[in-house]
Design a protein around this ligand. Structure first.
Ligand code: UDP
Length: 486
């Protein structure tokens, strides 16, 4: 707390630097959390990488910063103090980060922190007496937040964008090692039953990195170093909901200041796009086409922003969609198989399904999921996608590909029972795909899933109400953070 000239104590306005992981699924909730903090009295300097800024600018046709419109039309007419900066991720803008994923990750591991330190030093040095930077909020997957925060005397907030179940697996990786479930030649295949707050989890439901034998990859190094660094964070805020993962979250809360504050959606409304720009690709409008379809009749298909599908699987999924007879919107990124293979669909597929499908490169997923024509979601089980589908009461057909998606699938299918698996074995077969699409979209099982997902939807909505768990946790987090800063 600063003192005025006459000796009275004055509260400083808290100023946070917020650095999201430079991937679509991390940038989206980070932007919305930044706005939420600004509307709770924080000055926020939000930092995108040059590359993310360039992608958003190209996608939306505006080079202005992502909050420019919001500043002009702040809720309640008060102006939110959100500033914007960009930083290099260490690679040239034209570098294909999707095709050269390991090099991208290596740059984030080895090079990015130097750029961040330089940027933070500059922002800290430029802060006046009333807007002195007091806090660093950064994605848990970075390897440096607590270290950098300590160097500049800042409070460190680690932002976790995946379920608490995934957090706790990484946080307790030493237990997985000790018990022979990770990091040894003959790994145990029985259930893991010793992680605090996790009754039981099969090794196949842990994240892809924890299932891999080679633990020396760049991504492994990132995860191990990042979770070591996160132990030094003052707070962890997570985009999940207390009631959805009650035991896991309680167990984490016994060990650290862990706040479940999700689902983190745009404060101005779930489908409100006008305030902030977050898309890395330009969005095709699906609403007119969806308007022509019967309620609950369309399957939405998307594998998110990042994961790749093996070509044989993609071909079987396409054939299964054709066989199912169901109408669908399919988000097919150019690099869905690889940016080397931008046309992976079977020959003739587009023509075969043209009267009942819309295939786009990217869309406003929230708008699509909220449309009454959507009756199911074939998903890779990205965490944002799961929260968004639940918010819209849409049941899930699960095809996890990578990283946390296997663990997220367990929550959806085994624990909450709001979805089913797309395939029964390792490789996709068109008959299974078509059959499971049918089970999801119609019949008794479909009705049962829809009923249960509406319950989860209620849980999410209640958590955000003024006395709900996420609202309370967020309020408590803000209060404790402000106390620590003063
Ligand atoms: N998304 C979108 N349009 C699309 C596909 C995805 O806006 O066509 C958004 C989606 O709403 C979600 C994010 O991109 O917020 C993807 O995050 P998720 O955690 O589901 O998957 P990831 O891309 O991180 O694998």
């Amino acid at each position: 707390m600063a003192e005025t000239q006459d000796g009275r104590r004055r509260h400083r306005k808290p100023h946070a630097i917020f650095i999201p992981y430079p991937l679509q699924g991390h940038v989206i909730p980070s932007v919305h959390l930044a706005v939420k903090l600004a509307s709770h009295g924080f000055t926020v300097t939000f930092v995108n990488t040059h590359y993310i800024h360039h992608k958003i600018s190209t996608a939306t046709g505006s080079g202005a910063d992502v909050f420019s419109k919001l500043r002009e039309s702040s809720p309640g007419g008060e102006s939110l103090d959100i500033r914007y900066a960009t930083v290099s991720d260490g690679l040239p803008l034209g570098f294909d980060r999707s095709l050269n994923h390991d090099q991208f990750m290596a740059s984030l591991l080895h090079v990015f922190s130097a750029h961040v330190e330089e940027l933070v030093a500059g922002i800290v040095a430029s802060g006046g007496e009333d807007e002195e930077v007091s806090c660093l909020i950064a994605d848990t997957f970075f390897v440096w937040p607590a270290k950098v925060a300590k160097k500049f005397g800042l409070v460190c907030v680690s932002f976790w964008t995946e379920p608490a179940l995934v957090y706790t697996l990484y946080h307790h990786v030493h237990l997985l090692r000790q018990n022979g479930h990770f990091g040894c030649q003959d790994r145990r295949e029985d259930a893991i039953e010793y992680i605090p707050g996790v009754a039981s989890i099969e090794p196949k439901d842990t994240t892809s990195y924890l299932q891999e034998a080679n633990e020396t990859s760049v991504c492994h190094q990132i995860i191990f170093t990042a979770f070591q660094d996160a132990r030094g964070a003052d707070f962890v805020v997570a985009n999940t909901v207390q009631e959805l993962e009650a035991e896991t979250i309680s167990a984490l809360q016994a060990q650290m200041s862990y706040y479940a504050i999700g689902p983190i959606f745009p404060p101005a409304g779930f489908t409100n796009k006008s305030a902030v720009r977050t898309s890395l690709w330009s969005e095709s409008d699906c609403s007119h086409w969806l308007d022509t379809r019967k309620p609950g009749s369309v399957l939405y298909v998307s594998f998110g922003s990042y994961a790749h599908v093996e070509k044989p699987d993609l071909v079987e999924i396409a054939r299964g969609l054709a066989l199912s007879g169901v109408s669908f919107v399919w988000v097919l990124r150019d690099d869905i198989v690889s940016s080397d293979d931008p046309n992976p669909l079977p020959v003739g597929f587009r023509e075969e399904v043209s009267d009942r499908s819309m295939i786009v490169g990217w869309c406003s997923q929230k708008e699509v999921l909220a449309h009454r024509a959507i009756g199911g979601f074939l998903t890779h089980c990205g965490w944002n996608s799961i929260l968004e589908a639940a918010w819209c009461g849409v049941p899930l057909l699960c095809f996890p590909l990578y990283t946390d998606q296997f663990t997220n699938r367990k929550l959806v299918v085994d624990d909450w029972k709001v979805g089913i698996n797309l395939i029964d074995c390792k490789a996709a077969r068109k008959e299974d795909v078509a059959r499971n699409i049918g089970r999801l979209m119609g019949g008794d099982l479909g009705d049962e899933l829809r009923k249960r997902v509406k319950e989860v939807k209620k849980t999410l909505a209640s958590a955000l109400e003024s006395n709900g768990s996420s609202a309370r946790n967020f309020g408590q987090f803000v209060e404790e953070l402000k106390n620590k800063i003063q």
